[in-house]
Design a protein around this ligand. Structure first.
Ligand code: HEM
Ligand SMILES: *[C@@H]1O[C@H](CO)[C@@H](O)[C@H](O)[C@H]1NC(C)=O
Ligand SMILES: *[C@@H]1O[C@H](CO)[C@@H](O)[C@H](O)[C@H]1NC(C)=O
Length: 334
């Protein structure tokens, strides 16, 4: 468990931190002293450097958007927002090598590495990779016509990254609400925040193997999940034939695949959710009203998404001796 006492933190904050930890011993999520103007003096052009490099990368390939957004989720949910997910290990035993990395797309890693290289030129040794992930994730959402928010900064990068730490920390596409809720709850998220974060699936791709169970082997009497829209299921069967190989992928939002909007929720109303973990948000009575709310109001969704992303960004932040500013994001300094 990381130490979180540092100069400038009031005893009240420390107390709040300790209470939070006491309530959730396995997943410390603590507001360390993050602030939006953390690099105001040490790297005043940071945000424009990040925006420029992310835009340049997105101009080359639009998959930059979902790949980078997914990265922040996987980083923060596993031991905190500390860029441990970026470490390239010689023995293939770092976080990114875990099976649960669920095929994180290479363009997300490439985006962060490019941004870091550009930032190092202007402000060497000052800006953490964890903060760059947080900024780049905000920028890709914005570049996809999604909401904009001020990113809280001041994280340090992890000193360790272990594939074995990933197990059980990330949600699986087969999960239903009663499994998803405790997983998000253990990270301090409410049900509403969980539903808002899931709206990230309004952009990006998924490999057939992650959902073909819903098409062909739902149950012995009903091979196709009845909560699918039947036309959509037919289209997916064409794109993803039985025993399809691991390389084929489809858009997760069939309506507006590269736009960050509330179509994810309107899709669910029509049975156009791709994963079980998506569609159950509408079939389960506890989450259905939230889906209805976000489907009816993009503004409600954006506000809830931004608040939940800020909360995600505070998970397991490393400070002091528990972290470092990496020189390159893929390797520890030592
Ligand atoms: C609610 C539980 C969630 C589950 C079960 C889940 C699962 C998955 C799976 C299986 C994929 C497809 C990966 C592939 O086949 O390559 C995926 C893609 C993606 N996920 Fe999630 N996810 C969840 C929540 C989130 C959250 C909270 C975010 C971000 C805030 C997120 C962002 C993304 C993005 C952007 C993609 C597309 C990646 C790409 O196109 O490269 N997901 N997710
Ligand atoms: C990205 O593409 C847009 C539209 O073509 C262009 O205006 C912009 O200058 C490009 N930005 C970068 C950084 O390449
Ligand atoms: C994710 O893990 C698999 C092994 O399960 C590995 O083959 C793959 O390269 C990893 N993905 C990335 C982007 O590192």
């Amino acid at each position: 468990m990381e130490k979180r006492r540092r100069g400038g933190v009031s005893s009240l904050m420390v107390l709040a931190a300790l209470l939070t930890v006491a309530a959730m011993p396995s997943q410390p999520h603590v507001a360390a002293a993050l602030s939006a103007d953390y690099y105001k003096d040490s790297c005043p052009d940071l945000e424009s450097i990040v925006r420029y490099e992310v835009t340049r990368k997105k101009n080359e390939t639009v998959v930059t958007i979902p790949a980078t957004l997914r990265l922040v989720f996987h980083d923060c949910m596993v031991g905190g927002c500390d860029a441990a997910v970026l470490i390239a290990s010689k023995n293939n035993d770092a976080e990114k090598d875990a099976e649960d990395n669920e095929s994180l797309a290479g363009d997300g890693f490439d985006t962060i590495n490019r941004v870091k290289a550009a930032v190092e030129k202007k402000c060497p040794g000052v800006v953490s990779c964890a903060d760059i992930i947080a900024l780049a994730a905000r920028d890709v959402v914005y570049l996809a016509d999604g909401p904009y928010w001020r990113v809280e900064l001041g994280r340090l990068d992890a000193l360790a990254s272990r594939a074995s730490d990933v197990k059980g920390k990330l949600p699986a596409p087969e999960m239903r609400v009663k499994e998803l809720t405790p997983l998000f709850q253990s990270n301090g998220f409410t049900t509403k925040e969980m539903v808002a974060l899931s709206g990230a699936h309004t952009v990006g791709f998924a490999h057939c193997t992650r959902f073909t169970n819903r098409l062909y082997t739902y149950s012995s009497s009903t091979p196709t999940d009845p909560s699918f829209n039947s036309d959509y299921a037919d289209q997916l069967k064409q794109a993803c034939p039985r025993n399809v190989g691991p390389t084929i992928a489809v858009n997760m939002d069939p309506v507006s695949p590269i736009k960050f909007d509330n179509a994810y929720y309107t899709n669910l109303l029509y049975g156009l959710g791709l994963f079980t973990s998506d569609q159950v948000l509408y079939t389960d009575e506890t989450t259905k009203p939230i889906v209805d709310e976000f489907a009816a109001s993009q503004k409600e969704f954006f506000d809830a998404f931004v608040a939940a992303m800020l909360k995600l960004g505070r998970l397991g932040v490393k400070t002091g001796k528990d972290g470092e500013i990496r020189r390159v994001c893929t390797a520890f300094n030592h």
